[in-house]
Design a protein around this ligand. Structure first.
Ligand code: AMP
Ligand code: ZN
Length: 119
C-alpha cells in the first residue's frame, strides 16, 4: 500500500534504524541524514518516513508531507549555515535522471559554488 514500509528499501531501513545513518534532524514525519557520498560540504538527504517511490508520487499522495520535507530542507540549510550563501534542493526522479534509491528524498546541497544548469 502507498506509504507503507517496503522490506527491500534502503531508506525505509534507515527510518527503522536497521541501517545506521548520520541523522541531523528528525521530526514526526521526516528524517534528515548526511549523504554517504557527499557531493558538496553540505549534502544532506531529507526523506519522508512514509515510503513513496519519488517526489511526484509523494506530492500526489500527500502534499502536506512534501511540504514537511521542504520545510526540513530549509532547517538543515540554516543549521549548516548555508542558507545565506544559497543552497540547492534536488529531487532526482527516474533512473535516467540519476535516481538510485526509490524512496522519495530531497538532496540539500550547499557550501560551495553550484553550477547552473546542473549536469
Ligand atoms: P539518488 O541517486 O538521487 O537516488 O540519491 C541517493 C543518494 O543516497 C546518493 O547520493 C547516495 O550517495 C546516497 N546513499 C546511498 N546509501 C546511503 C546510506 N546508507 N546512507 C546515506 N546516504 C546514502
Ligand atoms: Zn522506503
Amino acid at each position: 500500500m502507498a506509504g507503507e514500509p517496503q522490506a527491500d528499501c534502503l531508506f525505509c531501513k534507515i527510518v527503522s534504524g536497521e541501517v545506521p545513518a548520520t541523522v541531523v534532524r528528525e521530526t514526526e514525519t521526516t528524517v534528515a541524514f548526511r549523504d554517504i557520498n557527499p557531493q558538496a560540504p553540505t549534502h544532506v538527504l531529507v526523506i519522508p518516513k512514509a515510503h513513496y517511490k519519488d517526489a511526484a508520487a509523494l506530492a500526489a499522495a500527500s502534499p502536506e508531507l512534501l511540504a514537511d520535507v521542504l520545510r526540513e530542507a530549509a532547517e538543515v540549510a540554516a543549521e549548516d549555515k548555508v542558507d545565506a550563501t544559497g543552497y540547492r534542493i534536488v529531487f532526482n526522479t527516474g533512473s535516467g535522471a540519476g535516481q538510485t534509491v526509490f524512496h522519495a528524498h530531497a538532496h540539500v546541497l550547499g557550501g560551495r559554488g553550484l553550477q547552473w544548469p546542473p549536469g
